[in-house]
Design a protein around this ligand. Structure first.
Ligand code: SF4
Ligand code: SF4
Length: 176
């Protein structure tokens, strides 16, 4: 048979125990949380790298990436060559009211145009303001942490090698 008042005593013991523990509550915004540098705060767009391939918009499970573009004809690179067409970005927006921060868009982007920024202070009372348009997404790029340093033993990245060769070639031409 249960002792009368045993449940009450157990409950009070829990209350006493937790009363003496240090609180984990931070007084935000006076005290800023110490978040890991690569926290998933907001998505930044490096639009110079975006080729409007639409992969991110197609793979987003929430359908919250909106992209508009048009085609533009580019003159041939050499005389007698064929004209080429390329996609020009008109709109790139992410609705953070729908986004579930899964990171799929960043993972699938083949051109390194999307990045996580740890910035999280963009709460608003107007839900429409949670749709961040291209300029705002580009601004978030300034808050993206720099990538970790390369392994010293790693192969030189292609773009770095190409830039180095171009500088060396220009220096050789200038000196001859
Ligand atoms: S993080 Fe996920 S839900 Fe948010 S925009 Fe990217 S793919 Fe969509
Ligand atoms: S996957 Fe990358 S390159 Fe393609 S549309 Fe999205 S951001 Fe642009």
């Amino acid at each position: 048979m249960a002792t009368p008042g045993r449940g009450l005593a157990k409950g009070l013991a829990v209350t006493l125990r937790t009363m003496t523990r240090r609180s984990h509550t931070a007084h935000y915004p006076e005290a800023q949380p110490a978040l890991p540098p690569r926290s998933r705060g907001v998505i930044a767009l490096f639009e110079e790298n975006c080729t409007v391939c639409m992969l991110c918009a197609r793979e987003c499970p929430d359908w919250c990436i909106y992209i508009d573009s048009h085609k533009e004809t580019v003159p041939p690179a050499a005389p007698g060559g064929r004209e080429r067409s390329r996609n020009v970005l008109d709109r790139f927006a992410i609705d953070f009211a729908l986004c579930m921060y899964c990171g799929i868009c960043i993972e699938v982007c083949p051109f390194d145009a999307l990045f996580w920024s740890p910035e999280f202070e963009y709460a608003t009372e107007d839900i429409r303001e949670l749709t961040h348009e291209r300029d705002k997404l580009r601004e978030w790029m300034w808050t993206v942490p720099a990538p970790p340093a390369l392994d010293p033993a790693a192969e030189e990245p292609k773009e770095v090698a190409a830039a180095r060769k171009a500088v060396e070639k220009a220096a050789t031409e200038a000196s001859s």
